[in-house]
Design a protein. Structure first.
Length: 190
């Protein structure tokens, strides 16, 4: 019932910027009161009112704001976490935020992320399941023509199965999944 009420309110928000800020504050407080984390508003799915056009390819409506501390690039919100973790622990930490390790599937995403990082970070690409069968953690299809591997990478030196971005000329490098790096979480917003 609470989510239904919040969804109804989200679908009836007016366009005045001050009213939007006030409404966001009310919705955020309501979610906190009900025991939902503040960012849950971004994952709440609401049926669209019948007087609006359906969005292409998606039966869900996602609110546009990123959670506090996250940055937005197009249809994604990103969180760079400096706390070193193994790839699997980083993946689990992102899942606890209802996010995935970032999938850098376009040149734009790669360029954006390279400009954000100042150290080495895990992102959501690995060949853990089968050697040289690189897969995105969120299930997105891996396109080998849209990558940013550093020269001579991936090289699988010492059984390296997880991808990192950062200190290697801001390109991709395969690294042992048990090493510890910061990590990048991603939430799709649209």
């Amino acid at each position: 019932m609470v989510i239904r009420t919040l969804c109804h309110r989200a679908n009836t928000i007016v366009s005045d910027p001050q009213d939007l800020e006030t409404e966001k504050s009310h919705l955020t407080q309501a979610l906190k009161t009900c025991g939902y984390p503040q960012w849950a508003i971004n994952k709440a799915t609401c049926p669209k009112p019948s007087n609006t056009k359906p969005s292409a390819g998606s039966p869900r409506v996602y609110l546009q704001a990123c959670p506090d501390g996250w940055t937005r690039n197009k249809q994604s919100c990103y969180l760079l976490v400096d706390t070193p973790k193994t790839w699997q622990d980083a993946r689990d930490a992102c899942h606890q935020l209802q996010a995935d390790l970032a999938s850098l599937t376009t040149a734009d995403e790669q360029t954006y992320m390279a400009a954000q990082v100042d150290d080495t970070y895990w992102f959501g690409l690995s060949d853990i399941v089968a050697e040289d069968d690189w897969q995105w953690e969120d299930g997105t299809n891996y396109d080998p023509t849209v990558t940013n591997w550093n020269s001579n990478e991936p090289n699988n030196m010492n059984d390296e199965d997880c991808a990192e971005i950062g200190s290697h000329a801001w390109g991709w490098n395969d690294q042992a999944c048990t090493d510890r790096n910061g990590y990048i979480c991603e939430i799709q917003t649209d």
